[in-house]
Design a protein around this ligand. Sequence first.
Ligand code: ADP
Length: 228
Amino acid sequence: MSDTAKERKFIIVLGPPGSGKGTQCKRLAKLFKLPHLSTGDLLRNHVNSRTDVGQQVAELIKRGDLVPDDLMMQILHRRMLEPDSSFGAVLDGFPRSAKQARLLDRCLEELGNGEPTSMWVFRLIVPESVIIQRVAGRRICGSCGKTFSHNSGEGKSRLTCDADGSPLVVRDDDREGTVRSRVQIFEQQIPAIVAFYSERHKVIDINADCAVEEATELMLSKMCLSSN
Ligand code: ADP
């Protein structure tokens, strides 16, 4: 499927923390040979590398607050100028507000130079109890940022990263209180984002309280059925 696709393809995956956005985005990126652009990873790279941006956003991320829209769009825009994004991308964690959705539309239009572009917008739906359970079991590599889930068996009772051997740690913003606040922010923002995309594209709801493979299959089947 990916070899024949030459038009630009953007896949947006919306969902609260712990909904499996990162996992699904990685799988779709691999299948469609597109870059997986995670705004959370881009920001954490800035923080770990102690760039100016990293210093500006570190405290916001730790509290679970959103990074200002214009700054976030600038960071993503810079990343999208890299050649691997010229045929599209799988967007993980963006947009997170209606303003970001508007900025993204403008950015894609500008970068697209009139090229045909297809876009899919998925919303992953998972009950809050499952979110809290999944995030409680999440660990990341303190060095490369790779995520491990105890709940899925991947990295079970593992203390170090399988990629580089560094110790696994709990993300600062994965403490239960912060997760609840991140879910709340998501719930506040999502209606306006969905309203924005419902006018332009079809938002596709996916019940993601299921096995990883099942959710991917569901998304792929919706893409085949879609006339996008
Ligand atoms: P999750 O999806 O589990 O909340 P992410 O890794 O996507 O985790 O994001 C981690 C944090 O990075 C967010 O809580 C927020 O502080 C910041 N962030 C990520 N994406 C955005 C965005 N599009 N706009 C503003 N802040 C963002």
